[in-house]
Design a protein around this ligand. Structure first.
Ligand code: CO
Length: 134
């Protein structure tokens, strides 16, 4: 059911410092920073030949990544995102198998303008997994 790895998201305390590290030290192609107030984060994408890395910095009060950064002040891998062809079918299948979808259980429009949902990390080997409609 799951398809390509769409991105790996890394929460960082300073997105400009992280972007400079990827651009100048690792020699990667790095996008501009995009504030996403609806999602409580600022994002930068790093384009790799086979996938993307998404840098996330908290934006505003109550950012969904604020607690993660309290526990991991240097930053860390926050979630991984797999593509699925049909997010509603994926949602039905996974809930039938007993996996928990975060929030109200319905897909939402994510930071990239496509329907996404997040699965409980306790149901997936301690990894927060995002599914994105391809
Ligand atoms: Co993501």
């Amino acid at each position: 059911m799951i398809g390509k790895l769409n991105h790996i998201a890394i929460a960082v305390p300073d997105i400009n410092a992280a972007a400079a590290l990827y651009r100048e030290t690792l020699g990667a192609q790095v996008s501009d920073a995009v504030p996403q107030p609806d999602h409580g984060v600022t994002t930068i994408f790093i384009e790799l030949p086979n996938t993307k890395v998404e840098l996330l910095e908290p934006l505003g009060e109550g950012s969904p990544i604020a607690k993660f950064l309290e526990r991991n002040p240097d930053g860390g891998i926050h979630h991984i995102c797999y593509e699925v062809d049909d997010i509603d079918a994926a949602s039905d299948r996974l809930t039938q198998k007993g996996l928990r979808i975060l929030g109200d259980g319905e897909p939402k429009i994510g930071a990239h303008g496509k329907p996404v949902l997040f699965l409980h990390p306790k149901d997936l080997n301690g990894t927060l997994v995002e599914l994105e409609q391809a």
